[in-house]
Design a protein around this ligand. Structure first.
Ligand code: DX5
Ligand code: ZN
Length: 279
């Protein structure tokens, strides 16, 4: 049997009652709590780009340098939404021992490793689009703080871009396939993304899919194969009507926000999703 991890996305919770919402999800059968950490709001990149082009067009060469701070302002946000950061994780940690699965939708993930490690985060999943050059250093730093390293990819990013992070000496331990555009809960599930999940499963066939992470160390088989077998996550638009597509493609870690929090009985949705993955 496959081991499922059902991770309600706390983005859909009542942030003003985070501790009791977390408790409610755990009582309802959640394995992990998915914490969406985002770094921005406002300026969308397209309108920002347009504005920048107009500025550049009306500039002399020397003046272009003065636009550099503007440039960094425009592109410092990974998503057009702002949620929580390390201080909130630290506060929540005082109320629960649960696995806090942090999903970093930020431009500079490396800056968050130390604070989140200190705050008590359990998993640290960064975006491959935000870590082009320094992913090795990043994975190393995450693990050295005692967190599980994961990599996420946006819908437009080809799955091949994460392969190197899985087939290296110090691999990530989870791949998170985004099934909506990152930034907001409640969007429509992108079924096409299941090709990425299938591709990951094919490229990294799990030798022992039921192996738990503690077993992996003792088996002395290349850890990446087992680890990818353990955690291929999907995030966005998951619920009773989309879970079977995700589960049959090979996803075993399910992040779901609105379908769980919006249900009269979250426990029913969680158990239904678990059954779909495990059977
Ligand atoms: C989107 C987040 C998701 C989101 C999922 O940026 O990464 O975790 O909250 O919410 P639903 O299940 O509502 O799509
Ligand atoms: Zn997420």
């Amino acid at each position: 049997a496959v081991e499922a991890k059902i991770a309600p996305s706390m983005l859909s919770s009542d942030f003003a009652n985070l501790a009791s919402e977390a408790e409610r999800m755990l009582r309802s059968g959640a394995d992990w709590l998915h914490m969406d950490i985002m770094d921005g709001l406002g300026t969308s990149q397209t309108s920002g780009l347009l504005w920048l082009l107009i500025m550049v067009a009306s500039c002399k060469v020397k003046e272009i340098y003065s636009l550099l701070p503007v440039l960094s302002f425009l592109f410092r946000h990974f998503v057009p939404n702002l949620t929580i950061g390390a201080p909130v994780i630290e506060s929540l940690r005082k109320h629960t021992n649960a696995y806090l699965d942090c999903h970093l939708m930020v431009t500079n993930p490396i800056d968050y490793v130390e604070p989140l490690g200190k705050a008590g985060a359990s998993g640290f999943t960064f975006h491959v689009e935000a870590s082009k050059e320094n992913w090795k250093e990043l994975v190393q730093a995450i693990k050295s703080k005692g967190m599980r390293a994961g990599v996420a990819l946006k819908p437009a990013t080809p799955v091949e871009e994460v392969y190197a992070l899985v087939e290296c000496e110090n691999p990530v331990e989870l791949v998170l396939v985004m099934t909506v555009e990152p930034g907001f809960g409640g969007q429509k599930f992108m079924q096409e993304m299941m090709d990425k999940v299938r591709a990951l499963r094919k490229k990294f066939p799990s030798l022992n899919i039921e192996a738990s992470s503690s077993l992996i160390i003792h088996l002395e088989i290349p850890s990446m194969l087992l680890l990818i077998g353990s955690f291929t996550a999907v995030d966005g638009g998951l619920g009773p009507s989309t879970i079977d597509a995700a589960a049959s493609a090979g996803a075993n870690c399910i992040v779901a926000g609105s379908s769980v929090f919006g249900a009269p009985e979250p426990a029913q949705v969680i158990s239904l999703m678990r059954k779909s993955v495990e059977e």
